[in-house]
Design a protein around this ligand. Structure first.
Ligand SMILES: [Zn+2]
Length: 239
């Protein structure tokens, strides 16, 4: 059930029978010269829709909330088009959203995250809300981390604007992918180094993986396994 299409009285009726809401959370940021700026929004929104479709096929449903488009993206902020929201702002903003859904009566609030820089602010937002509302549970799903093993059984590598992410966007919106410009390589330090403009070293051109091996078929396979596994996790909990 897509919340954005409902009127308030329809929403009122829906929340009487649905107790789980999925909130896709992304980032507007550089993803190389081959992927769109909203890559991290497109992926979790698509996964949420597929989870919903699978649940509906067996007579169950969740509410899908409109996405949080902007995220915390310190590292990529050296590239044009990256719109960074400070961690404390994202934490407070998402906390308020979680608490509003809790007040509406939702018991299971699933943050379906598409971006690495969001992870810590989202954990803190969830903890803030859980502190206040004892009867809710917040799930934080980081699709590329939680299902890494499955993804690496499909792709030879994984990374920002890399083989996995590029494959996923090829499956969702192939018309937005410029494979002719897809270049990059894996880069890492042994420890996490934080300094201004580190994105230029760690994410040259906004990429940190080799995207050349990306295909639409791999993207389809990733979306399928990730949405299937999330659907099963939710199904175990649904009334
Ligand atoms: Zn991304």
């Amino acid at each position: 059930m897509m919340m954005e299409n409902l009127t308030w009285d329809e929403f009122k009726e829906v929340k009487e029978r649905i107790d789980t809401v999925v909130i896709p959370i992304g980032s507007i940021e550089a993803h190389g010269k081959h992927l769109p700026l909203n890559t991290d929004v497109l992926a979790p929104v698509e996964i949420a829709k597929r989870v919903e479709k699978k649940l509906q096929e067996i007579g169950k449903d969740v509410l899908i909330a409109p996405p949080v488009n902007y995220g915390h993206t310190f590292v990529l902020n050296v590239y044009p088009g990256t719109i960074n929201v400070r961690a404390e702002t994202l934490r407070a903003y998402v906390r308020d959203i979680i608490e509003e859904f809790a007040t509406e009566g939702f018991k299971r609030i699933i943050l379906l995250n598409g971006h690495g820089g969001n992870v810590y602010p989202l954990v803190e937002a969830a903890e803030d809300a859980a502190e206040k509302f004892e009867d809710i549970e917040v799930w934080l799903i980081n699709w590329w981390i939680d299902f890494r093993e499955d993804i690496l059984s499909i792709c030879s590598s994984q990374g920002h604007a890399g083989e996995d992410e590029t494959s996923v966007i090829l499956a969702i919106k192939p018309e937005l992918v410029k494979m002719g410009k897809a270049v990059g390589e894996k880069r890492a330090y042994g420890v996490r180094k934080i300094k201004k403009n580190i994105g230029l070293e760690l994410f040259p051109e906004g990429v940190n993986d080799n995207p050349r091996g990306a295909t639409r078929e791999k993207g389809e396979a990733i979306l399928e396994i990730v949405s299937e596994k999330i659907m099963r996790l939710i199904l175990e909990e649904l009334r």
